[in-house]
Ligand binder design. Structure first.
Ligand code: DGY
Length: 326
């Protein structure tokens, strides 16, 4: 008998697929049936003795959880492409296999990144606020002017599937040039969008729009800081849909409030949720979304189905559809 703890699982597709598969596997499972994260103490209690665990990115899976689970735990499946909430070293040490959900969210994240970029560069949030609150007077020449994509240089920090998907969507806006930086050139991906590999400094200097698409790792933690912002143009727009931890938010606040850069669009912050009294919320040139890049019905269903299939394959000892190589 197997008990699987599932946190935050709401999607019926996954639920049904798990119910039927687990029934045939003669597996017992326990469901955290709420859209709110499972309280830590509850997770520590429920995970005890489990063979598998399906989680979302709000659960920090560290030594404490793994110790609470005990030696039965063989499979961890996270319903996310990001895995910075997982202590990979601890998982590897215990021989626990890990599934994740890349690819199925690429389109949704790229689409949201474009929306955020346009909302920030064309000042859409400020504009609707003005229209609603009486700030809309006569037509004025420079009122609510922003920056356009046509003839611009777009920089991508961390070129992977999502970066390419963003560039493909931006192309029809008549972007002049795509540049990118990463730990090493990625010629195959870059060829698809004719992007030029540049240093981090050049990326900062040349980009009219700089989109962060890298994973959060010890190397990228806080990498978007004063040093980067000070090299950017004061007409540039900074966009982050990856993880809040790659940005030094104090430095970003400084860059935005002093006009060092023109604007920032963030779908991710530290912490999440960002407290409503956070200084970044006071800035008109900062658009903040509550981590919704993958939030489309299609994508969340695909993510949950993939996460469930990863879990089941792992429990059966079969290759997972998407397994993280530890
Ligand atoms: C992920 O899957 O890591 C995303 O951040 C969720 O939107």
């Amino acid at each position: 008998v197997l008990v699987v703890t599932i946190t935050n699982l709401l999607w019926i597709h996954t639920f049904l697929s798990l119910c039927s598969s687990l029934f045939f596997l003669r597996v017992q499972f326990e469901l955290w049936d709420s859209d709110d994260p499972i309280p830590r103490q509850e997770l520590l209690k429920k995970v005890k003795g489990c063979d598998g665990l399906l989680c979302v990115l709000t659960e920090k899976i560290d030594a404490e959880v793994l110790n609470a689970a005990g030696p039965n735990l063989k499979v961890l499946s996270t319903m996310s492409v990001g895995f910075d909430h997982l202590s990979l070293g601890e998982l590897k040490k215990r021989g626990i296999r890990v599934g994740y959900t890349p690819e199925v969210l690429t389109d949704a994240v790229a689409e949201l990144t474009i929306a955020l970029l346009l909302a920030t560069s064309r000042r859409l949030i400020e504009a609707t606020h003005e229209a609603k609150t009486g700030g809309w007077g006569t037509w004025r020449t420079l009122w609510l002017c922003g920056y356009e994509l046509a003839d611009s240089t777009v920089g991508i920090f961390g070129l992977g599937r999502i970066g390419v998907a963003i560039a493909e969507r931006l192309k029809p806006f008549k972007v002049k040039k795509f540049i990118y930086t990463d730990v090493a050139p990625r010629p195959e991906l870059a060829a698809a969008i004719q992007a030029e590999y540049v240093s981090m400094d050049e990326l900062a200097r040349q980009s009219d729009f700089l989109a962060v698409c890298c994973a959060l790792t010890p190397e990228t933690q806080g990498i978007c800081n004063k040093n980067l912002f000070s090299k950017m143009k004061n007409t540039s727009i900074f966009i982050n849909t990856s993880r809040g931890g790659v940005v030094n938010q104090e430095d970003l606040y400084e860059a935005l409030s002093t006009g060092q850069i023109a604007g920032a669009g963030l779908d991710v912050t530290v912490p999440e949720p960002l407290p409503t009294n956070h200084p970044l919320f006071t800035l008109k040139n900062c658009v903040i979304l509550p981590h919704i890049a993958s939030a489309s019905y299609t994508t969340r269903n695909a993510m949950s189905a993939l996460a469930a299939n990863n879990l089941l394959a792992g429990l059966r000892g079969e290759p997972m559809p998407k397994e993280l190589q530890l």
